[in-house]
Design a protein around this ligand. Structure first.
Ligand code: PMT
Length: 396
């Protein structure tokens, strides 16, 4: 399952390029989004139309394309990608990549890639055995983010039989799938609260806030993709996580509902992330009938305190449980976040501020700073909520 994963498929000019469309189809069938960066020579072996149709995206092949559409594609593709797969990688392209040469769409894209790169070489057996080629493969393999797949043995396009065949698309796909969904949280149980709560005033009104649930849903999805058994306690929102077998959603409305649902799952949870924007107060006596204007120009609504879920869980936390909270602030951000970190007995707090553009409520991005109990502070730049979720889980 590669839902939501972004894969750049690089194609260079070898006869094995005829198999690349099958790889693209496997990736897309598994739910990945695919963009293609191809050398000019690759397009002699497989047509641009085929690659475009199967990937569902324009093919990036000309760094000087007059359309201007792709003028910065070699930079934007690496920002977009979770993985790059170069299949086939010819001896020429391997030589360039090993030595930092970037003179076409594929090699410039590779040089800007920081995410994992899988390389599936393909060539004649004599070329494959050449010391220069083998040296280039070693150089590439030494790059922390690069994995060079082996070549297979068998019938080669030149008529010879030997080692140099590109692995089959299914084998390359399996290697990619394994890397993309590294099961680093396998066997872990993760409890996440997300979204707003609604506190009833009368049958037509409630107290709530602007939380969309996006940040918490991104955390739940990422934890599930990493193999955890996830319980997402979700306040009222139109947003839903994707259907994943190991992601269970518990819908709640009020802070008390959220508290009760969290308390139920808490004893079994290894990691608890409290991302919900919980109403601190609720109406003391919600009206049974709609409250009418009473002819006065003001009215007093009596509120009572809601349970503080984070503080309750913090007080009961076992030493083998990790409790992570969020702090949404509008002023004195660091001071307030650090107070919450210690008062609620959290192991880490994720600060986001409404003063920062592109952060916190509603939007698809966030700007956060992580503080932990060891005194570490990690400031992250503006990034998508999915990427923030990844960074938080990496940190944990
Ligand atoms: O949902 P989005 O639109 O994507 O927006 C994301 C977000 C802004 C809601 C999220 O990033 C965030 O900051 N969530 C916490 C919001 C909040 O209520 O912060 P707080 O500083 O008031 O609370 C501190 C911590 O205590 C939080 O972990 C909160 O979940 C928890 N809390 C607060 C009150 C309460 N009664 N019970 C709690 O558990």
């Amino acid at each position: 399952m590669l839902t939501g994963k972004h894969v750049v498929v690089g194609v260079s000019g070898g006869i094995a390029a005829y198999k690349t469309p099958l790889l693209i189809r496997l990736l897309r069938t598994a739910g990945a989004e695919v963009k293609v960066a191809a050398t000019r020579n690759a397009l002699e072996f497989v047509t641009e139309l085929t690659l475009q149709t199967l990937s569902g995206n324009k093919v990036y092949s000309d760094v000087f394309a007059p359309t201007n559409d792709h003028s910065t594609e070699h930079v934007s593709l690496p920002d977009w990608a979770d993985m790059m797969i170069i299949a086939p990688a010819t001896a020429n392209v391997l030589g360039k990549m090993a030595n930092g040469i970037a003179d076409d769409a594929l090699t410039t894209t590779f040089l800007a890639m920081a995410c994992p790169v899988l390389i599936a070489p393909a060539m004649n057996e004599k070329m494959y055995a050449h010391p220069a080629l083998q040296r280039n493969l070693l150089t590439l393999n030494e790059m922390a983010h690069v994995t060079v797949l082996p070549c297979a043995e068998g019938f080669l396009a030149c008529g010879a039989t030997g080692t140099g065949r590109m692995l089959e698309p299914e084998e390359i796909f399996a290697a990619a799938e394994k890397q993309l969904t590294e099961q680093s949280l396998q066997g872990r149980r993760v409890l996440i609260t997300a979204g707003p709560t609604q506190e009833k005033i009368d049958p037509v009104r409630f107290i709530s806030n602007y939380s969309s649930g996006k940040m918490g849903i991104a955390l739940a999805e990422e934890a599930a993709l990493r193999g955890a058994e996830v319980t997402l306690v979700l306040g009222p929102t139109a947003m839903r996580p994707p259907h994943l077998p190991n992601l269970r959603v518990v819908d709640v409305v009020t802070a008390i509902d959220m508290h009760d649902a969290a308390m139920k799952t808490f004893p079994e949870a290894d990691i608890i992330i409290l991302c919900a924007a919980v109403a601190d107060y609720r109406a003391a006596r919600p009206a049974i009938e709609k409250i009418k204007r009473a002819g006065q120009d003001s009215m007093i609504l009596e509120l009572v305190e809601n349970p503080d879920i984070a503080a309750t869980l913090g007080a009961r936390k076992r030493s083998n449980q990790k409790l992570i909270g969020f702090a949404l602030e509008t002023n004195d951000e660091e001071e307030n976040a650090l107070k919450k970190l210690s008062a609620k007995h959290l192991d880490m707090i994720v600060l986001n501020s409404l003063r920062q553009e592109g952060a916190a409520f509603g939007c698809d991005t966030n700007v956060v700073t992580l503080y932990d109990t060891d005194g570490r502070k990690t400031e992250l730049p503006k990034m998508s909520k999915t990427d923030v979720a990844k960074r938080i889980l990496d940190y944990i």
